[in-house]
Design a protein. Structure first.
Length: 385
């Protein structure tokens, strides 16, 4: 909103220096500063409010009763994801070109899953029901925003030039068309039929991946902050014709505005880490983890780089894969032998290392390092021809 106001004043009165507001890099920096300020200074007020209302964390029985105990964390305020969401939305609203479909779609996806995460946390804290929101309801929220998002990217005029294309590293043409079955049906455009389910899958997988990663103090927050740094670069490249041509990626007019959103998300996570780092004084809860997962998924989908997610968000991928492997192997061995066996001591993966005796602060730091390396690797992939 401030962007439009300052731009209007600049055109009307032409005061010196006001024209810099048109540069995405300037607004992304201002958005990051604003998000950091909000998360640091407004965040403390929200934490005090959550503490006053006794909105403390309920420790899962499966953790406290197993080889890893988190009983000491019981009562720590949760729903801290509200700090992150408010920081991102306010900063983007102030400094982003919110009339761009790219921007409001990203804000919508994050807010949508934030609402479902809030309902989950509300049930756990106020109603004291550790089961939280019914899994079917949570899945319905993920599928619904995935459907809406996929349909918008396929049918909205702003995205029609690339509605069924995506970037693929290492291929000669650096792209694939999701309309892979159209040739068998008389050339009919079947791209949306393939792409929309892909969008649903990615939105669901990434939001769940961030949710699973959020199990140790500062883990999901720090990992997402580093992923956000990578997305800042990728969004800026996608919206800059010179960089896009140089790196042979899609040039998407208007996508550069996502840089402001990505910068705000990164700064909000770093600001929240001030309180969420070990030992945490607040947890983001599902309010934050589901919202951040939807934000990461929406950004990669809109810049057509969703296939880079296994590398960019490698920690999310490992955490999710560890749960799938653990659950599948346990059920299969129980069916075959009558006794379920485990591959990991606990799942997700960070609890496995905890169960082996590694301190959670060291696990978190190592996962941050891994993410920093995979983010750099993702950016280097763009130069491979």
């Amino acid at each position: 909103m401030l962007y439009y106001l300052i731009d209007y004043l600049e055109q009307l009165y032409q005061p010196p220096g006001f024209q810099v507001i048109r540069f995405i890099t300037v607004r992304a920096t201002l958005g990051a500063i604003t998000a950091l300020f909000i998360s640091l200074f407004i965040g403390r007020r929200i934490i005090n409010m959550l503490s006053a209302k006794q909105m403390g964390e309920s420790v899962r029985e499966g953790v406290s009763a197993g080889v890893v105990s988190h009983a000491h964390k019981a009562g720590t305020p949760t729903m801290g994801g509200l700090i992150i969401i408010l920081s991102i939305l306010i900063s983007t609203f102030l400094w982003g070109a919110i009339a761009e479909p790219y921007v409001w779609l990203a804000m919508l996806a994050m807010a949508w899953m934030g609402v479902f995460g809030f309902m989950d946390d509300y049930i756990k804290t106020f109603r004291k029901d550790k089961r939280g929101l019914a899994p079917k309801v949570k899945l319905a929220g993920q599928i619904s925003i995935g459907l809406l998002f996929g349909a918008a990217l396929c049918f909205h005029p702003a995205f029609e030039a690339y509605n069924a294309l995506t970037y693929v590293p290492f291929l000669k043409d650096k792209m694939i068309d999701y309309d892979i079955f159209g040739q068998f049906f008389g050339g009919a455009d079947l791209g949306p039929i393939v792409y929309i389910p892909v969008a649903v899958f990615i939105m669901t997988a990434v939001s769940n991946g961030v949710n699973l990663t959020d199990g140790l103090d500062g883990l999901a927050t720090g990992v997402t902050a580093f992923v956000g740094l990578g997305l800042v670069v990728l969004c800026y490249i996608s919206g800059n014709v010179q960089f896009a041509e140089f790196l042979d990626v899609f040039f998407l007019p208007g996508a550069g505005e996502l840089t402001v959103f990505a910068a705000a998300m990164t700064a909000a996570c770093f600001g929240f880490l001030w309180f969420n780092g070990y030992p945490a004084t607040v947890f983001m809860g599902d309010t934050g983890s589901l919202a951040l997962g939807a934000a990461v998924a929406s950004l990669t989908l809109m810049i057509r780089m969703e296939l880079l997610l296994p590398l960019l968000g490698a920690v999310y991928f490992m955490e999710t894969l560890s749960v799938i492997i653990q659950t599948t192997w346990f059920k299969w061995t129980r069916r075959r032998t009558g006794e379920g066996k485990r591959v990991f001591r606990m799942a997700p993966l960070h609890h496995h290392f905890e169960a082996r005796g590694t301190h959670e602060a060291k696990i978190v730091t190592r996962f941050w390092i891994i993410t920093a390396v995979t983010v750099v690797a993702t950016l280097l992939v763009l130069r491979i021809r």
